[in-house]
Design a protein around this ligand. Sequence first.
Ligand code: AHR
Length: 496
Amino acid sequence: MATIVLDPAARVGEIHRRVFGSFVEHMGRAVYGGIYEPGHPTADENGFRGDVLALARELGVTTVRYPGGNFVSSYRWEDGVGPVEDRPRRLDLAWRSLETNAVGTNEFMRWCASAGVEPMMAVNIGTRGTEAAVDLLEYCNHPGGTALSDLRRSHGVEKPHDVRLWCLGNEMDGPWQIGQMTADQYGRAALDMARAMRRVDPTLELVAVGSSGRAMPTFGTWERTVLGHTYEEVDLISAHAYYEEKDGDLASFLASGADMDAFIDGVVAAADEVGAAKGASKRIDISFDEWNVWYLQNTMDADVSGFPVAPPLAEDDYTLADAVVVGDLLVTLLRHADRVKAACLAQLVNVIAPIRTETGGRAWRQSTFHPFALTARHAQPLVLRTEVDGPRHETAAHGEVATIDAVATWDEARAVTVIAVNRDVANPQPLRVELGALGKAASATATVLAGDDPHTVNTADDERVAPRDLPVTLDGDAAEITLPPVSWAMIRVELA
Ligand code: AHR
């Protein structure tokens, strides 16, 4: 039997609630037909879909990144403010779509207020730069009495949006990015932008662009070079990762968290190396502001000839196995709570998303909705170091990995929540969680996502991948469960 022995002294750190962030990009049907659909039976007076808002709240997202993604690297924010009838229609070069600009900054802020989430804004450093970024900041955050703050007020938004968190561009290391840069070019441009933005407001939280993936040829040197320029002026560096089941290798796919673990360790090492060389007392944390399962080839195969408006791009149907991996990636992010201070499940609705909609019709929860929602709701504030003493197995893509991956979270006064994943494709795995000096258990419940077929998906008619109760036994100060093969589970123990 695999065992976890918890120790109240082995604290990793507090979970920053921004780790339960998501992402809404002007891509496919994320905005149009996703969060926004005037005329939809559930739409409110702003044109926001009420069913999507309700699901976003149920999902428990805290922070939403906007407006891209690749989209932001050729976006003119001015197109998206002011009277809607005057807004230009433009070619979106990132997704080869037609952007109507019916939704822009103020609409997004209104949506955030309705959803109860914090906005995380990204600025265009691809085709634009410091001037446009500072202008947008003035438009959003300055109270009034200047050209751009008064422009906002003339657009009916009296109070500033007070956006705290800003991404200085997106994936500038990638050849697919409009305005791709070398690390040195980006580092200099981001330094300039950060300094200017801090002149407007020194208390902003700024995210420098990190690597678009661990497999990028520049990974590591990119972070060192970019932070070499920007260390003093930024707070976080981004990381992005997408995983998929390739060539039917379910075992490797289920162990994707091992890759994310190594990615985070690599970014931390690079950032700390720069900090050490500079003799800095400040530390740079990680904004993992795009992560998910993504079957990228489906997106590549999509027909975007003729620049359609809101084509159905990247509408992946997520399986039970995908949900287990999403749950495990979240375990990985929580395990690094001391350094991962923001993260965005990319994306929120329709585009590689936990929420799907029919235009004009229903909205439903994909399989991946559940591990995210349950973790966001039930994770306790403190992460404890969680060593699983249990079986390990070989995978083709990631070498030897732990068969059970887990993280324990703790509320000193009340409860322990352990999230565990069984990466075994065929066998159930028993797991014992010993509370040790945390105290005695008063009661325990467990929830599981599992099923006979790991490739089961949810549809609007049948949300068949859904959590169900899992038997848990209490034995003194230990809880025991058996994890079915290919499963994600959560054990909640109330302390006596
Ligand atoms: O989330 C979809 C896309 O993935 C984003 O636009 C981009 O940043 C990443 O490559």
